[in-house]
Write a protein that binds this ligand. Structure first.
Ligand code: GLC
Ligand code: CA
Length: 562
């Protein structure tokens, strides 16, 4: 069988595994995962059956925002390794038939970036400051911010630098927004794309892809609303999802096409579904994250709408869509699905809300969460397009909700003036458990090692890779089986058609896909309390045991082939 990812457009039907490098595997015992750790675990990734790995940022960074504050785009953080380690890792991945996707963070640099230091030194009105978004403050001596824009991490979006100028930061104070109208900025990112492409990167994940183009000119700054809403895009929004952003990606496409095969990119754009497809079109990035699945509650109608929106966006873009249940920014889905589901409430936000309160207001039902996570996987893997998995979901990890406040790293973990605590995203970033019996669950290779950078809970033992390997009913074995079947039956066809199978009522999602061997696979997910009968055929895989009369119970998915 030809492996999917030997095709030019492998990324259109891929399973991409997100590695959060600092929490994956630590080879030198400093308590931080490293690039060599990814190389060391390449067999694990190959056995899991993924087509590609995407590495969250591993560049030199003061780590104010988990590495999304980049100080140098064309190097490796010395704490995580060297460029040679990257080359070795990429070679090992390619030898294992795994593609490599790296993260590009173009909206902002770290304030430790040499450009930002030069901007501070050079003073107001300088070409150095023009690479960023500096504006004069209001008030007699510029003591007031240019306007009331807020940072998405909370607090003001402008920071004064002491000479009457303020710089814009849509995220942390240490993440200064770049000025994408500046030609040097544009050229430098092309250089970065070529740098990693030349070193073996097969694709890119583009951070906050919808924020690069901004309008600070068309009207006085203080006439914009304080908090332009990400969900109201277009020319009337000064910060998010502006039409000019697409010029940038059309220029990047030229760079991607310099390579053979052409590089691809997937944009992180939390935009309204009607706008996603533009980013994904073939003269731009090629793909964009569809977060609708991650936002949906465990309810048939919400999930079905999320799937329809993804398919619709794929059709409009002329590309394929992506499916995401978890990533490093949202509460793990095994936990989300174990919380009460509140109709139409943005599901991941509700779960974040739960976290803040330290789990006090709702009860997390882990058995239910795990059962639904299994069902969700088959529903997701049966769909046409690419599936992005987040490290640890193959072990069935839950969110670690009780990390002590003083151990948290996420800049979101701050107290606001109103006394509201935000616990942030560290609960899904805890270092992976590899060996149940070790003190740090085998996260660090050397016997003597520093503590893992985020504390691991005792219950991780049951989810360690070695424990799950020994148990054929584990989540890990289930993921391996499902990925293998998907690759053989679905990916191998290249056919992306899907037919909804109706007639099961409104508590069921059922669809049919053509398989590589000329048959059809029906995927049925039951969200309702009443067991449903399955179509005729062979049950290839089911997320839960069928009832004695062969019916699909509640919160379960089955793949039936015929
Ligand atoms: C993206 C990243 C997130 C980061 C933010 C700012 O949303 O996924 O982790 O905090 O961008 O770079
Ligand atoms: Ca290390």
């Amino acid at each position: 069988m030809t492996r999917n990812n030997t095709r030019e457009d492998w990324w259109k039907q891929a399973v991409v595994y997100q590695v959060y490098p600092r929490s994956f595997y630590d080879t030198n015992g400093d308590g931080l995962g490293d690039i060599k750790g990814v190389t060391a675990r390449m067999d694990y990734l190959r056995e899991l059956g993924v087509d590609a790995i995407w590495l969250s940022p591993f560049y030199p960074s003061p780590l104010v925002d988990g590495g999304y504050d980049v100080a140098d785009y064309r190097d490796v953080d010395p704490r995580l390794g060297t460029l040679e380690d990257f080359d070795e890792m990429a070679a090992a991945a390619h030898a294992a038939g795994i593609k490599v996707v790296v993260d590009i963070v173009p909206n902002h640099t770290s304030t430790e970036h040499e450009w930002f230091k030069a901007a501070l030194a050079a003073g107001p009105g300088s070409p150095e400051r023009d690479r960023y978004v500096f504006r004069r403050g209001r008030g007699e001596h510029g003591e007031l911010p240019p306007n009331g824009w807020r940072s998405t991490f909370g607090g003001p979006g402008w920071e004064p630098v002491g000479d009457g100028d303020w710089y814009l930061h849509l995220f942390a104070v240490e993440q200064a927004d770049l000025n994408w109208k500046n030609p040097e900025v544009r050229e430098d990112f092309k250089k970065t794309l070529r740098f990693w492409s030349d070193r073996g990167a097969d694709g890119f994940r583009i951070d906050v892809a919808h924020a690069l183009a901004k309008d600070l000119e068309s009207r006085p700054l203080d006439e914009w609303p304080d908090d332009p809403d990400q969900d109201h895009p277009g020319a009337e929004n000064p910060l998010w999802d502006r039409p000019e952003v697409h010029e940038i990606y059309r220029a990047w496409r030229q760079v991607f096409n310099e390579y053979e095969p052409a590089r691809f990119a997937v944009g992180e754009a939390w935009v309204v579904p009607e706008h996603q497809w533009r980013y994904a079109s073939t003269d731009e990035l090629g793909q964009v994250f569809n977060f609708e699945l991650a936002k949906a509650n465990w309810m048939a109608d919400e999930m079905r709408r999320a799937i329809e929106e993804g398919l619709d966006s794929a059709e409009r873009s002329g590309s394929t869509t992506t499916w995401v249940l978890s990533n490093h920014d949202v509460v793990r889905h095994a936990t989300r699905y174990g919380l009460p589901q509140v109709k139409s409430a943005a599901h991941h936000q509700l779960a974040n809300d739960w976290l803040l309160r330290g789990g006090r207001s709702y009860h997390e039902d882990r058995e239910l969460g795990a059962r639904r996570a299994r069902a969700a996987l088959l529903m997701e893997l049966g769909l046409p397009g690419s599936v992005y998995l987040y490290q640890g979901e193959e072990l069935g990890l839950f969110e670690v909700a009780d990390i002590p406040w003083d151990a948290l790293e996420d800049p979101q973990a701050v107290m606001t003036a109103h006394g509201d605590a935000i616990k942030g995203r560290d609960g899904c970033r805890v270092p992976l458990p590899w060996e149940a019996e070790k003190d740090d669950f085998g996260f660090s290779a050397p016997a003597t090692h520093a503590p893992a950078h985020l504390p691991q809970p005792a219950w991780f033992a049951a989810y360690a890779v070695d424990a799950e390997e020994a148990d054929e009913h584990s989540m890990l074995h289930y993921y391996r089986r499902a990925l293998k079947l998907r690759a053989e039956l679905l990916t191998a066809t290249g056919d992306t058609s899907l037919t909804w199978t109706d007639g099961y009522g409104d508590q069921v999602i059922a669809y049919r896909r053509p398989t590589a061997d000329g048959r059809a696979l029906t995927c049925v997910t039951n969200f309702g309390p009443v067991p449903v009968g399955l179509p005729a055929g062979e049950v290839l895989l089911a997320s839960a045991e069928l009832s004695s009369d062969g019916k699909l119970p509640t919160d379960a998915t089955a793949w039936v082939i015929r």
